[in-house]
Design a protein around this ligand. Structure first.
Ligand SMILES: [Cu+2]
Length: 114
Protein backbone atom coordinates (compact mmCIF):
# COMPACT_ATOMS: atom_id res chain seq x y z
CA UNK A 1 0.00 0.00 0.00
CA UNK A 2 2.77 2.40 0.88
CA UNK A 3 4.48 1.72 -2.42
CA UNK A 4 1.33 2.48 -4.36
CA UNK A 5 0.99 5.77 -2.52
CA UNK A 6 4.58 6.66 -3.34
CA UNK A 7 4.05 5.85 -6.99
CA UNK A 8 0.92 7.97 -7.08
CA UNK A 9 2.73 10.86 -5.45
CA UNK A 10 5.49 10.67 -8.02
CA UNK A 11 2.96 10.67 -10.85
CA UNK A 12 1.24 13.71 -9.40
CA UNK A 13 4.43 15.65 -8.85
CA UNK A 14 6.03 14.98 -12.21
CA UNK A 15 3.88 17.28 -14.34
CA UNK A 16 4.22 20.05 -11.76
CA UNK A 17 7.99 19.86 -11.90
CA UNK A 18 7.82 19.93 -15.69
CA UNK A 19 5.74 23.07 -15.91
CA UNK A 20 8.04 24.91 -13.51
CA UNK A 21 11.14 24.13 -15.53
CA UNK A 22 9.37 24.94 -18.79
CA UNK A 23 8.68 28.52 -17.70
CA UNK A 24 12.08 29.85 -18.59
CA UNK A 25 12.92 29.43 -22.23
CA UNK A 26 16.07 30.15 -24.17
CA UNK A 27 15.63 30.49 -27.90
CA UNK A 28 17.58 31.69 -30.90
CA UNK A 29 15.89 33.85 -33.51
CA UNK A 30 17.36 34.98 -36.83
CA UNK A 31 17.21 38.77 -37.05
CA UNK A 32 18.52 40.91 -39.90
CA UNK A 33 20.83 43.79 -39.04
CA UNK A 34 24.26 45.30 -39.61
CA UNK A 35 26.09 46.90 -36.75
CA UNK A 36 26.44 47.53 -33.05
CA UNK A 37 23.72 50.14 -33.18
CA UNK A 38 21.36 47.54 -34.60
CA UNK A 39 22.34 45.17 -31.81
CA UNK A 40 21.33 47.71 -29.17
CA UNK A 41 17.96 48.38 -30.77
CA UNK A 42 17.23 44.70 -31.36
CA UNK A 43 18.17 43.78 -27.81
CA UNK A 44 16.17 46.63 -26.31
CA UNK A 45 13.11 45.65 -28.35
CA UNK A 46 13.43 42.05 -27.23
CA UNK A 47 13.60 43.17 -23.61
CA UNK A 48 10.61 45.46 -24.10
CA UNK A 49 8.72 42.38 -25.22
CA UNK A 50 9.61 40.64 -21.97
CA UNK A 51 12.94 38.96 -22.63
CA UNK A 52 15.07 38.76 -19.51
CA UNK A 53 18.26 38.50 -21.52
CA UNK A 54 18.80 39.35 -25.18
CA UNK A 55 22.06 39.17 -27.11
CA UNK A 56 22.25 39.73 -30.85
CA UNK A 57 25.31 38.53 -32.70
CA UNK A 58 26.04 40.71 -35.73
CA UNK A 59 28.16 38.04 -37.41
CA UNK A 60 25.67 35.19 -37.21
CA UNK A 61 22.56 37.49 -37.16
CA UNK A 62 21.24 35.44 -34.31
CA UNK A 63 19.36 36.84 -31.38
CA UNK A 64 19.60 34.71 -28.29
CA UNK A 65 16.81 35.40 -25.84
CA UNK A 66 15.75 34.10 -22.48
CA UNK A 67 12.21 34.72 -21.35
CA UNK A 68 9.55 33.52 -18.97
CA UNK A 69 6.94 31.64 -20.98
CA UNK A 70 4.27 32.97 -18.62
CA UNK A 71 4.91 36.61 -19.47
CA UNK A 72 6.45 36.56 -22.93
CA UNK A 73 6.82 34.47 -26.06
CA UNK A 74 9.07 33.97 -29.05
CA UNK A 75 6.31 35.42 -31.18
CA UNK A 76 5.90 38.56 -29.07
CA UNK A 77 9.64 39.16 -29.14
CA UNK A 78 9.78 38.78 -32.93
CA UNK A 79 6.87 41.18 -33.36
CA UNK A 80 8.53 43.79 -31.17
CA UNK A 81 11.88 43.46 -32.95
CA UNK A 82 10.16 43.82 -36.35
CA UNK A 83 8.29 46.89 -35.07
CA UNK A 84 11.56 48.76 -34.56
CA UNK A 85 12.74 48.00 -38.09
CA UNK A 86 14.42 44.63 -38.11
CA UNK A 87 13.20 41.60 -40.03
CA UNK A 88 12.87 38.38 -38.05
CA UNK A 89 12.16 34.83 -39.16
CA UNK A 90 8.43 35.42 -38.92
CA UNK A 91 7.87 39.13 -39.30
CA UNK A 92 8.97 41.71 -41.83
CA UNK A 93 9.62 45.22 -40.61
CA UNK A 94 7.37 48.00 -41.82
CA UNK A 95 8.83 49.82 -44.81
CA UNK A 96 8.46 53.24 -43.19
CA UNK A 97 10.17 52.16 -39.99
CA UNK A 98 12.93 50.50 -41.98
CA UNK A 99 13.60 53.65 -44.04
CA UNK A 100 14.01 55.63 -40.83
CA UNK A 101 16.80 53.43 -39.61
CA UNK A 102 20.26 54.92 -39.59
CA UNK A 103 21.99 54.63 -42.96
CA UNK A 104 24.47 52.06 -41.69
CA UNK A 105 21.63 49.99 -40.30
CA UNK A 106 19.78 49.51 -43.56
CA UNK A 107 20.67 45.89 -43.97
CA UNK A 108 18.61 45.06 -47.02
CA UNK A 109 20.01 46.43 -50.29
CA UNK A 110 16.90 45.59 -52.23
CA UNK A 111 14.84 47.93 -50.10
CA UNK A 112 17.15 50.93 -50.26
CA UNK A 113 17.35 50.84 -54.07
CA UNK A 114 13.92 52.46 -54.25
CU1 LIG B 1 23.05 49.25 -37.42
Amino acid sequence: MKQIKMALMALLLLPVANTISAQTKTETIKVSGNCGMCAKKIETAAKDAGATTAVWNKKTKELKVTFDAATSSNDAIQKMVASVGYDTEKYTADEKVYKNLHECCQYDNKRTSK
